[in-house]
Write a protein that binds this ligand. Sequence first.
Ligand code: MN
Length: 224
Amino acid sequence: MNTHDSSPGAAFLPAGTVPIGGHVLPPLPYPYDALEPYISRETLRLHHDLHHQGYVNGLNRAERELLNKRQTGDFQMVRFWERELAFNGSGHILHSIYWTNMTPLGGGTPGPSVSTQLEIAFGSFAAFKGQFTAAANEVQGSGWAALVWNPAWRRLEILQAEKHEDLTQWGSIPILVVDVWEHAYYVDYRNQRARYLEAWWNVVNWVDVERRLLLAVSTGLPIT
Ligand code: MN
């Protein structure tokens, strides 16, 4: 290991590999006020700069703590740090997708590949939108709704996530996610999650969703 490098294990990493404890907050792909009037400048600034940064920090901390445990052989508290790893790692991934899933030029209808797959999985775009909105609205407590590509059976599915990491199907690739933690909407909509969701459809970046689906379908996950 290069002991002069602040990121443990950073030497000899293949291109694209994030070093242990080396995650960074991705910049918002648009100005803070770009999604107004649907999502306010204040909400985006707090949500991105404080909440998402907190998950990045928590993920780096968990990775460094687990590195330390491997080096010392002392695995006390390993259950706590594994939970921190799952929670903060999932939070970092979902928020990174959420920002790029939105755009000031959003709304409308999906691209051709997404449209085809939505029809295969749900029957129609309207049926998908109904289930997705209901799933998001009905998340118990803090969480997400996610449209995912399941590479094992090569079909889209809608999942809820409680917190960031509970209720998933292993291997699923999220291509469209909506944050329904109160921090995502309380400043703008108070306790009215349904009004936030209704507004949110106006900023969905279907170009990004199409791009993510095309990347996901090129991935295989054999389970037998
Ligand atoms: Mn959030």
